[in-house]
Design a protein around this ligand. Sequence first.
Ligand code: PHE
Length: 377
Amino acid sequence: MPSRENGLDKTLAELGVTTAEQVGSRFRELQQQFDLDAAKAHDEISWKALRDAWLGRKSGVLTLVTDHWLKPAAPELKRAVGASLNELRKHVDMQMEARRAAIEASAESAAAATERVDLSLPGVIRPIGTRHLLRQVFQEIEDIFVSIGFSVVEGPEIETPYYNFEALNIPEHHPVRDDMDTFYLDVPDDAPGKFLLRTHTSPVQIHTMEKREPPVRVIVPGKVYRRDNPDATHSFMFHQIEGLAVDSDITFCDFTGTIDYFVKQFFGEGVKTRFRPSYFPFTEPSVEFDASCVFCGGSGTAKMGGTCGKCKGSGWIELFGAGMVDPAVYGFVNYDPQRVSGFAFGIGIDRLAMLKYGIDDIQVFFQNDVRFLRQFP
Ligand code: PHE
């Protein structure tokens, strides 16, 4: 820092400076002193100290030079002192600014160095989920039907009794409604009608036929709801895929052939199918499809000997209900029963998934225990 050695506490006359050359050398010394000081300013604090020492209003070097050297200077030296002082001031200003920029830049790069991302650190590992087994089974079944010309449509889960029952030939007070006794929505008394959670995907048969002219070939995946108490084979919500094919010349043979093809694609070529008479108000005739037991190969005998527990020794396992569309249904959608025929089926997805993957409790689908889910990546 400049001090008394620089003669700042004295006038030039007191220092014996009488010529312009001497003035020049005094200022050169001062500038060298400044350069030495400036070289030591490496951070903000020392830069500020430098600024105060040289540019401080009261006792900064430049103020002292002005007060002690310039103001009392002999008239013949004034010009030289003024010019030198200007030069020095310019030099100091420029250097101060350069230093400030340098200090700022190095602070930034120091911060960048400490804040740098360490690419060698192990990342945050987020477990990647998989599709739920039911979704996978939906996809499998959809793929099979899409490959033979069906398209996938969806319908509402909240239905009117008309779509869920009446248009499917299930009039009020029909006893099959008891099986489907279900969840009705709480609506105000003056609501236009009643609403319920659909008990099957069959109402989408009606929606589809209302919207499209035959030929129709659709499958309808979705959730359905019934007032069932949860146990190993029941749940108040489960999943179905409805199928509907209507055209001018669809026969019972097309029907059973399609189902047999599907079952073989899904369970394997070796599986046999059969159907038994059944009853649904919206199909006639109605059937129940069975597959030869996938656990004992249809023998009825368990691998370890004894009766197969899955088919109870019968060699057959019940799969799902189906049938030829009842002509009465066509009346609700303005199809001409004289000119069209078709079949429909309603596959319980949860049940099929349980059979194919050997799962003995439907509840595991809904508990979402990852130890279960992980088994089906
Ligand atoms: N909707 C019927 C049920 O849920 C299944 C079914 C669909 C039967 C289509 C015949 C035709 O039980």
